[in-house]
Ligand binder design. Structure first.
Ligand code: TEU
Ligand code: CA
Length: 558
């Protein structure tokens, strides 16, 4: 594997609406991000991905873009953005923006033109098709529920395709002119000095051009549209073209949100000459998604599935490339709630989870608030903002689940859990805004917040700072970045453990991920304790005695 500039870095995702508000309108803004750059630098962050800040009607909170060349006024101006790029660079931080090009907004001029004249030039920027026997062209179900087809206003038998909400029409990547416009736009942004892009929902850009129905997988007679990603071929031609045209010339970091990549073609995606620099490792935090609806998901995520998926994935990636590791993002519940049973949530469990994640092979990718231990919120129905959550609530209730249970289920899984305002202090609105926050603040801000945690050596925030410094230290950086990954104690109950090994060093991370004490028999000469989440480590001869949620990194003495 070729070494890359970003391999030994630490990355962090910002959800800008909820990060920091400087003008009191209740919405986070670019000036707020600039203000918090010293905080991010102190944490040890080198790469920042910011969810979309382009002009948008905000039907899907910015994932519906109406002008790729403009910053939405709610976030500030293009000058603010230029400032952010420059000031971040001064602190050694590269900025990644969010590339949403599977679809745009129904308010984008291209789409407006297409609706005025579906047979005209802009009609071919989208997928506009005639219906079949008075019905939609195919039986595909959109990610957010309902058909992917919506009628073109004023026409009885013409439909346009949207894989997500109907306000997010899919762009026609088969049309060379569309691709050219996209590449031009990406390069325009790269010229501003971006480090690269995170690339949204990219597996969806290749459609099944035979427009065939899929076997129905629900009572609505529809089938999930993501299933065509497993059927179609040819996506690689588009992705390779984009890489050559937009990322190679800048040595840009291109991180694909690429789910469902088949193992045998993974190399094409993240190998040395892959379409992307890297993709996110979703498998370990999707281990609980046994079904396609929230109501079929398991909660909290079963330990055994998580461990198994992680080990499988780490081994797979090791022979292929370098993935980006996450425990949460803006589409997931909070990692601290997903992985840790509610009654066990606290310093030890959260710090253990952090060690399990950060010591793995791959690019550690934190999500805002993870570093202070932010967790899920308790919701009332009318507090939800996310369209996926509301759809899932309806699906649950329609299937006969009581309203109370439905609320509890969507409360666990809702994407809104990740979107509550960042908790900066114990002051009003968690110090996020002087106005009324666009989303309710998690009530635990009184204890879980940056300002108070700054002051306490034993806080989660200060623990994360030490852990990141450990990962980046002269001494352990190389082995933690490139060292081989080797699972250990794989069958022992609630022990999450693995080795990281290179020619010079051998480390073992051993964690008792449970509220019961446990012990393991040390096999190698692991005598040096190099990183811990408890003050004391107990070893009796070759036996390591572990307290609840104790995690240690041991180094072999040579
Ligand atoms: O998500 C793509 C995606 O596949 C989603 O269905 C994701 O699996 C789901 O949100 C998990 O609950 C991306 C963005 O990350 C998401 O925020 C957007 O809503 C979506 O694309 C449309 O742009
Ligand atoms: Ca604001």
């Amino acid at each position: 594997m070729k070494k890359q500039w970003w391999h030994d870095k630490i990355a962090y995702q910002i959800y800008p609406k909820s990060f920091y508000d400087t003008n009191g309108d209740g919405i986070g803004d670019i000036k707020g991000i600039i203000k918090k750059l010293p905080y991010l630098q102190k944490l040890g962050i080198d790469i920042l991905w910011i969810s979309p800040m382009f002009r948008s009607p905000m039907v899907d909170n910015g994932y519906d873009i109406s002008d790729y060349y403009a910053i939405d006024p709610m976030f500030g101006t293009m000058e603010d953005m230029d400032q952010l790029i420059v000031q971040a660079k001064e602190r050694g931080i590269s900025i990644l923006m969010d590339l949403v090009v599977n679809h745009c907004s129904s308010e984008h001029p291209w789409f407006r033109e297409a609706m005025k004249d579906p047979d005209g030039p802009y009609g071919s920027y989208f997928y506009i098709k005639d219906g079949k026997n008075g019905k939609a062209p195919t039986n595909w179900r959109s990610y957010f529920g309902g058909s992917v087809w919506e009628k073109v206003p004023g026409y009885d038998n013409k439909f346009y395709l949207h894989s997500f909400a109907k306000e997010q029409p899919d762009l026609n990547w088969e049309n060379k002119e569309v691709r050219e416009k996209i590449y031009e736009m990406i390069c325009w942004w790269m010229e501003k000095g971006l480090g690269g892009f995170r690339i949204d929902a990219i597996m969806n850009i290749k459609k099944d051009l035979t427009w065939s129905d899929l076997p129905a997988d629900g009572p609505d007679g529809l089938a999930d549209v993501y299933k065509i990603t497993g059927k179609v071929t040819g996506i690689g031609d588009f992705l390779m073209e984009m890489k050559h045209r937009c990322f190679d010339p800048y040595d840009g970091l291109a991180i694909g949100e690429a789910m469902f990549v088949k193992e045998d073609i993974l190399k094409n995606f993240i190998g040395d000459d892959g379409y992307f620099s890297t993709i996110f490792a979703f498998e370990p935090c999707h281990a609980y998604r046994k079904g396609k609806n929230y109501k079929e998901y398991l909660w909290p995520q079963p330990f055994d599935d998580w461990r198994k998926e992680t080990f499988h994935n780490q081994k797979l990636i090791e022979s292929t490339g370098f993935e980006a590791n996450i425990i949460e993002n803006h589409d997931q519940p909070r990692g601290a709630s997903l992985f840790i049973p509610e009654e066990d949530y606290g310093f030890y469990s959260v710090s253990a989870l952090a060690m399990i994640m950060i010591c793995q092979r791959g690019l550690p990718f934190l999500y805002q608030g993870q570093e202070i231990g932010m967790s899920n919120r308790k919701w009332k129905l009318d507090e939800f903002n996310d369209l996926e959550t509301l759809n899932q609530y309806e699906i649950a209730v329609k299937s006969g689940i009581s309203e109370e249970n439905a609320l509890s289920i969507v409360g666990h899984h809702s994407r809104d859990n990740a979107r509550t305002p960042m908790q900066w202090s114990h002051e009003m609105n968690a110090g996020f805004s002087d106005g009324t926050p666009w989303m309710p603040v998690n009530e635990n801000y009184r204890t879980v917040n940056v300002e108070d945690e700054e002051k306490e050596y034993g806080s989660i925030l200060n623990f994360y700072r030490r852990l990141i410094a450990f990962r980046k230290s002269e001494e352990y950086r190389e082995v933690l970045t490139y060292g081989k990954f080797h699972p250990i104690y794989e069958t022992q109950d609630h022990i999450f453990a693995y080795e990281r090994i290179n020619e010079k060093k051998r480390l073992a991370l051993i964690c008792n991920f449970s509220c019961q004490p446990s012990e393991v028999e040390l096999k190698e000469n692991y005598e040096n304790v190099v990183f811990v989440n408890y003050e004391q480590t107990t070893m009796q001869g070759k036996k390591l005695i572990l307290k609840p949620y104790e995690a240690v990194v041991l180094e072999e003495s040579l």
